[in-house]
Design a protein around this ligand. Sequence first.
Ligand code: OSB
Ligand code: MG
Length: 368
Amino acid sequence: LRIEAAEIIVVRLPLKFRFETSFGVQTEKVVPLLVLHGGGLQGFSEGTMEFAPMYREESIAGGLHLVREVFLPRILGKTFANPEDLEAALGGFRGNKMARAMVEMAAWDLWARMLEVPLGTLLGGRKTEVEVGVSLGIQADEAATVDVVRRHVEQGYRRIKLKIKPGWDIQPVRATREAFPDIRLTVDANSAYTLADTGRLRALDEFGLTYIEQPLAWDDLVDHATLQARLTTPLCLDESITTAQDARKGLALGAGGVINVKVARVGGHAEARRVHDISQAFGAPVWCGGMLESGVGRAHNIHLSTLPNFTLPGDTSSASRYWATDVINEPLEAVDGLMPVPTGPGIGVTLNREFIASIAELHEERTA
Ligand code: OSB
Ligand code: MG
């Protein structure tokens, strides 16, 4: 696995829907892409940090600084035995998992293309399609919520996740549950509550939710354990988990019963697989979360989801929901809630270079 050169590309894509969560409203996505070159092949990745550190502490500007000035100089012109060997070369740094994941994930894609196998196969996954749901932003009122849920239920999505915040939680859940008594339904609070809201969160127990995602602080496990003991609905940890050790501690504490695995949030595929494995050992199901990725990150998510303990539907819905034009050439479309796993080598998709060149806000090349 020789890394000969790298490209950093930044594009801005308008979102087809307004995405409101407890931390704000999003109408476009700034997508940082990394291409690693080696042996005449290219490996692709996407950074999932955001413009401002709203979800976790990482930002696009901070992440790209680290990729450029700290990580790439340590891998360009060097040869690694495999992607885990490369991950170890970045192992001396603290935090900044999404920035590290940009490099690690592109290396996995490049390595899988060198070996001429799909990335999912290389990670140990066996599925040829993966079950997916949708994450729906906060809507104007109950009627709009039921409407958007209906459209996605009709498309066959296997789970509906509603974003909630204090003051907009029981209302959308009750309206959705009354209209659809049997769907698999979940909520995601993105850390908007505290233990003082226990009563409000306990009121959600009667709606048969599969889980409540990250109700409490982004860096907390202890209060989640206290809350979990007061609820019957399982908690699902998202923001709080950035390592397999976090997952072990959270599950050991009883801070939740389900883990949302986002590859980049935990530093890449190797650590995502460790989170998957330790959760399986605890008997906790996992599912693959999303960060409104372009086709590059989306393809990575699909491949990770082929591992066996991804037993709950993920957030990797059809790319056409998000973008009028994607940065990749291939469609990534779910049919009846099943997303086909791309079959080519690596992540199995190719960059739409012409489209990218027409919109790129930044495009730079680095060599050793
Ligand atoms: O908490 O899962 C989350 C998007 C951005 C930041 C955080 C989250 C999300 C989503 C969207 O829920 C999932 C997707 O459609 O990619
Ligand atoms: Mg979440």
